[in-house]
Write a protein that binds this ligand. Structure first.
Ligand code: CP
Length: 303
């Protein structure tokens, strides 16, 4: 694999499948009494989070610790960034510690790409603006494979705020590379005008969910909205919220996913979020094994 994982486009379909197989091996490790392997002992990993995160930050840290690496966590609110230090100087300071891996989340699209050009360390994108969130897509693919097996011919509906969603972009690239069919479902204001080739858009939830195997609900990203994209949260839930009665249109064994954090009562009902169909907490659990696999494989650690 390449030095960095900035985009799903950095991976071939075979490399994605290799990550999923490797993650499965690490998932077995995580079931043992001693959940730790010496694979990346002596490697220094820095987690740079310029945006809030619960799942991605904690699961990267756990993955790094399970691989026996040395971990440094950087939070913007307690750093010299608040005193005006530039991104460039912050990154060069971190590089001076001799970091082998830098995991970065940043509100500006393209920041991990820029970083990968100026540091020797392997850079892993933990979410950049509205651009990409590659490890989320990989853990989603791992979860789908565990639940449904084959990707070929699988129908996946990504529902909601696709316009502002890095999760939607990375999942579209990843799932289509693996052979699944992806459709977008949501209000016209939250679906991009220009769709990737082969993607169908549905503005009616019932039609969009007809026969699908996977319903991937997205968070309404209010922090990225500079104007009103829908009249009210109440209306949004009424028209596009994933509620039990709407799922009758989906395949009988369809699973419901959500990358988190969830807005219950806006994009998903509590009843569905806590139901048997929902694999939301399994996505979180799988995040550790998948991120262990990514850390192990980027930069050609297994070569
Ligand atoms: N799915 C996801 O990126 O969640 P966090 O923002 O909590 O990391």
């Amino acid at each position: 694999m390449k030095k960095d994982l900035v985009s799903i486009k950095d991976l071939t379909a075979d490399e994605i499948r290799h990550i999923l197989v490797t993650a499965s091996t690490f998932k077995d490790v995580l079931k043992r009494d001693i959940k730790k392997v010496p694979t990346l002992r002596g490697k220094t990993m820095v987690n740079l989070f310029f945006e809030p995160s619960t799942r991605t930050r904690t699961s990267f840290e756990l993955a790094q610790k399970r691989l026996s690496a040395d971990v440094l966590n950087f939070s913007v609110t307690t750093s010299s960034v608040v005193k005006g230090e530039s991104l460039y100087d912050t990154l060069r300071t971190i590089q001076s510690y001799g970091a082998d891996y830098i995991v970065i989340r940043h509100p500006c699209s393209g920041t991990p790409h820029l970083l990968s050009k100026i540091v020797r360390a392997s850079v892993i994108n933990a979410g950049d603006g509205i651009n990409e969130h590659p490890t989320q897509a990989l853990l989603d693919a791992f979860t789908i494979q565990e639940k449904l097996g084959e990707f070929k011919g699988l129908e996946v509906a990504i529902v909601g705020d696709i316009l502002h969603s890095r999760v939607a972009r990375s999942n579209t690239l990843c799932l289509r590379a693996l052979g699944a069919n992806v459709r977008y479902v949501g209000p016209p204001t939250l679906i991009p005008t220009y769709l990737p080739k082969g993607i169908r858009a549905f503005y009616n939830l019932q039609e969009g969910l007809r026969g699908v195997d996977v319903v991937m609900a997205l968070r309404v990203q209010k922090e990225r909205m500079d104007r009103g994209f829908f009249p009210s949260e109440r209306e949004y839930f009424k028209l596009y919220g994933i509620a039990e009665e709407r799922l009758q249109m989906a395949a009988p064994n369809a699973v419901v996913m959500h990358p988190g954090p969830m807005n219950r009562g806006i994009e998903i009902s509590s009843e569905v979020a806590d139901s048997e169909r929902a694999v939301i907490l399994e996505q979180v659990t799988n995040g550790i094994a998948v991120r262990m696999a990514v850390l192990y494989l980027v930069g050609g650690a297994d070569a």
